[in-house]
Design a protein around this ligand. Structure first.
Ligand code: GLP
Length: 242
């Protein structure tokens, strides 16, 4: 595992953007796994800058997002479809047909999950998977559970996740209670996984995930089993990891 401990959020975001751009420069038709949440926002800004300065080209890149709220249409400004267009896709030359996100507006969970997993298997493997981490250790939307999920699945969000994500919604009652997410197994199939963490609030869960026992109660702890993980954090988030 490679650990990059950077001074602050700005520095860690620059480093993460450089790694993503390097991946694309090394392999122009890379398959990227992308994440939402507040943590990667500045990384995406830095990628847009690298693209605008002519340092990286996304024409042949394929992207898979980790997850989407069930019940939200693509046009909803809280959907992850909207987030990705707004924060990244609309500002780089990625072909929209090459961007994949589970269809939250389709209530047929079995169909959505099977179709998404098949797409990843057909177009993958994912070369570089970007992850954030929830306060309870969730990756994608794989919440703490008695076992690790394997494939793309429908999850019931925990109170902790609903509370944390309510900051993006007008009212906590508007936060969807279910989501489609790539499974832990789908994530672990990526050739390389890069997890981003920023801020003191993530320090405990980062220590538990990377120094603690491997357990589905801390979903990110499974990353200890992956042969090619890059952890990028600011000093605050990595402060409890020696
Ligand atoms: C959401 C996303 C996760 C993300 C997490 C952390 O729940 N589904 O993929 O990692 O939020 O978000 P933040 O980066 O805002 O702390």
């Amino acid at each position: 595992m490679i650990i990059y401990k950077l001074k602050d959020y700005a520095e860690m975001s620059k480093k993460a953007a450089l790694i993503i751009a390097s991946q694309v420069n090394l392999k122009p038709n890379s398959v990227l796994g992308l994440a939402t949440g507040s943590t990667p926002v500045e990384t995406y800004k830095q990628i847009i800058k690298l693209y605008k300065d002519g340092n990286v080209d996304f024409e042949k890149v394929v992207a898979f997002n980790l997850d989407e709220y069930k019940g939200l249409k693509k046009e909803n400004d809280q959907s992850y479809h909207y987030f990705m267009r707004d924060n990244l896709f609309n500002h780089i030359n990625i072909n929209p047909n090459n961007t994949h996100i589970p269809d939250g507006s389709n209530m047929d969970a079995k169909h959505v999950c099977e179709e998404y997993e098949n797409k990843i298997n057909n177009l993958g493997p994912i070369d570089l998977q970007v992850l954030g981490i929830g306060l309870n250790g969730h990756i994608g939307f794989n919440e703490p559970d008695e076992h690790f999920t394997s494939k793309t699945n429908l999850v019931k969000l925990t109170k902790s996740t609903i509370d944390a994500n309510s900051r993006f919604f007008d009212n906590i009652n508007d936060v969807p209670t279910e989501a489609y997410t790539m499974g832990i197994g789908s994530i672990m199939k990526a050739k390389c996984i890069m997890l981003l963490a920023s801020g003191e609030s993530k320090a405990d869960i980062i220590a538990q995930s990377f120094k603690g026992k491997i357990t589905p109660l801390v979903p990110a702890s499974i990353l200890q089993m992956h042969p090619n993980v890059i952890l990028i954090g600011d000093e605050a988030a990595l402060s409890k990891l020696n």
